[in-house]
Design a binder for this molecule. Structure first.
Ligand SMILES: [Zn+2]
Length: 95
């Protein structure tokens, strides 16, 4: 089966200059080395879409498709932490 749902980086993308510029930034971000959340070294590289691996400590984690952590990911993480905090304090009384 072919992956048709994936957004592929192609030069034939339509949408104007701004989109292409954005795409350029995204591509640069995927090729850049990122900081490892575990050892802190800048040796995290993209393994595949959404999968990132630290070449220093071997830590593999799921992140954004084009960067280890996305602004949306940060918000989601904060939200999840907030829900977890809330559910842990209300767990005994709400059941
Ligand atoms: Zn690491």
């Amino acid at each position: 089966m072919k992956e048709n749902g994936d957004i592929m980086v192609s030069p034939s993308i339509r949408g104007g200059r701004s989109l292409r510029l954005k795409l350029k930034n995204i591509t640069a971000s995927t090729k850049m080395k990122h900081q490892c959340p575990r050892c802190g070294k800048k040796s995290v590289r993209r393994k595949s879409t959404g999968i990132w691996q630290c070449r220093s400590c071997g830590f593999t984690f799921a992140g954004g498709a084009y960067a280890p952590s996305t602004p949306i990911g940060t918000v989601v993480r904060r939200l999840v932490a907030d829900i977890a905090k809330r559910s842990s304090t209300k767990a005994s009384s709400s059941v």
